[in-house]
Design a protein around this ligand. Structure first.
Ligand code: CU
Length: 121
C-alpha cells in the first residue's frame, strides 16, 4: 500500500495537480444547496473542495417526485477547475428539485451526493 501511495503521488505530481489526498466534497452550488430561487437556472454550477475531472463527473436533475429533467454534458472550465457546469435542458416549473452529483477528483477518488433547491417565482 505504501508503494501504491508513492506511485500515485508521483503520478499526480507529474500531472501538475495539487498533491493533497482529499476526496472531493461539495463546497457550494448555484442555485444554492437548499436555496429557493425565483428563476429557472440555465445550468447548475456545483463547486467542490478539490478539482474534478469532467469526463468522469456529472449530475442528474429530477423533480421531488422523481421525474428526470434532461441535463447536458458536464464541463469544467480552466479558470475554475473545482466547479462542474451542468446545462439544464429546459425551463423548470416552480417546485423543488433534487440534484444527484458524482465526481472523480484529481486524486482519482469517486464521491457522490445530492442536494435540493426550490424554484418559487
Ligand atoms: Cu480522495
Amino acid at each position: 500500500m505504501k508503494n501504491l501511495r508513492l506511485a500515485l503521488t508521483a503520478l499526480i505530481s507529474l500531472a501538475g495537480a495539487p498533491g493533497a489526498f482529499a476526496h472531493a466534497t461539495l463546497d457550494h452550488a448555484v442555485p444554492g444547496v437548499g436555496a429557493t430561487v425565483q428563476a429557472s437556472p440555465s445550468e447548475l454550477q456545483i463547486s467542490f473542495s478539490e478539482n474534478v475531472v469532467a469526463a468522469f463527473s456529472g449530475a442528474t436533475l429530477a423533480t421531488a417526485a422523481g421525474a428526470v429533467i434532461p441535463t447536458g454534458k458536464a464541463t469544467v472550465q480552466a479558470s475554475s477547475p473545482d466547479t462542474l457546469h451542468v446545462p439544464v435542458g429546459r425551463k423548470l416549473a416552480p417546485g423543488t428539485y433534487v440534484v444527484n452529483w458524482h465526481v472523480v477528483s484529481d486524486d482519482t477518488h469517486r464521491t457522490s451526493g445530492s442536494y435540493k433547491f426550490t424554484i418559487a417565482p
